[in-house]
Design a protein. Structure first.
Length: 123
């Protein structure tokens, strides 16, 4: 059975190598409250842009780590035993198998680096 999530997740790779990526223009154009666009591929990983407000669901990735880096706003990363607050220019790696969710009380722009084959909504 497939679950539908209320996110605008775009897994297509938007930019090829040597193409300029204008993160600010893309973020400014995002209209959905939980927008995620794959920007480019680097080796076997992808860099994604997230423009978010609200909360994501609890989930985990059994085989993949993920990295969150805040560009603007504030991102809360809830773990089972604590919450980590990320401010602009701060990042955090969530190791594979760790149950987590992200929340943004205000519009937040972030970059994510993860394995190209990851399922963003989790296992």
């Amino acid at each position: 059975m497939s679950t539908t999530f209320p996110y605008d997740t775009r897994l297509n790779i938007l930019h090829a190598p040597l193409e300029l990526i204008d993160e600010k223009a893309l973020a400014d154009a995002a209209e959905h409250p939980w927008y995620n666009q794959t920007l480019c591929k680097v080796n076997e990983s992808v860099v994604r842009l997230g423009v978010v407000q609200g909360e994501y669901h609890w989930h985990k990735h059994d085989a993949d780590d993920e990295f969150f880096y805040v560009v603007e706003g504030r991102l809360l990363v809830d773990l089972e035993d604590r919450t980590v607050e990320l401010m602009p220019r701060q990042g955090l790696v969530i190791p594979r198998g760790v149950v987590h969710r992200t929340r943004a009380l205000e519009r937040t722009v972030m970059l994510m680096v993860e394995n190209a084959g990851i399922v963003p909504t989790g296992n």
